[in-house]
Ligand binder design. Sequence first.
Ligand code: HEM
Length: 296
Amino acid sequence: MKIPDAIVPAPLRKPAKPGQGGNGKGQAPADLKTAPPERPSHGERAAGQAKEAPAEVLAWVDQRTGATGFLTGMLYRKVPKGTNWYYTLGSATLFAFIVQAVTGVFLAMFYTPSATQAYASISHINNDVFLGQFVHGMHKWGASVMVILVFLHMGRTFFFGAYKYPRELNWVIGVVLLILTMTMAFTGYLLPFDQRSYWASIVGININGTAPILGPYLSDFLRAGPEFGATTLARFYSIHMLLVPGAIIALIGAHLYLVVKLGTTAPPWVRAEKPKVAAPATQLDAGTEGNGASPS
Ligand code: HEM
């Protein structure tokens, strides 16, 4: 696809062919002798330079990073026929994660992860901080949205057979992302430290403890000891805002790299077109000898 001239900086633009208007470093217009153009005024020149400025900045960055090649490959990549709205569920999950990350940063500015102050700090966010209740609400409801979206996205990839060769590794990365998303929801639930979150977390930790072999170790790790106490909150907070988000960001990077590298799966109801290859020489001759064989 041709990139419009307006966004290509002048130094990278193709010179115009002889006889075509004089753009950038191109040749002078054919009618230069007969009708010389008027010299642009100072103001016109400044306006022209201002118009070029964004493209010049982009060119400056591009010459130092080679970002255009990467972006062109990523944004102009081919997608299979039949790609539809279901393919947006992965990006929707990504968007939900970004919303969680941004709102989480603002909540962390006011939240205190201490057993004695956590509840009060959440009340402070909801009642006193400017837009506090709104941002807290976005984070709380956004958590459910992300969980729902990640399941829908997994369903899409499952029913479209996207877990098959060569995308098995991406499916496995997805499974880890699913577990990490659930871990985010679980560890975040304790943070308001009200009656509901306290007792729900005890139930959740006990359920984890019933897992075979690793269960007791897992529940001890989550509690930060044999008893549920003040250190449990600190542990949940660090898992929730440092450990798991870091892992999610790294894995989303790997997940998207594989999506771009391997391309997406076509929907199962779209049939592959027959490859257009030349018929073998023997078939080309078939029928011309009068042997009754018809070319297939
Ligand atoms: C934080 C969670 C996740 C994010 C942000 C995410 C993001 C994405 C995006 C943007 C795509 C490309 C567009 C699309 O096909 O929707 C994709 C593709 C894919 N995802 Fe995820 N994903 C997540 C979780 C999962 C989970 C839980 C699974 C499965 C267990 C999974 C398996 C796949 C597979 C197999 C593909 C390739 C699809 C294809 O080839 O058609 N992902 N993901």
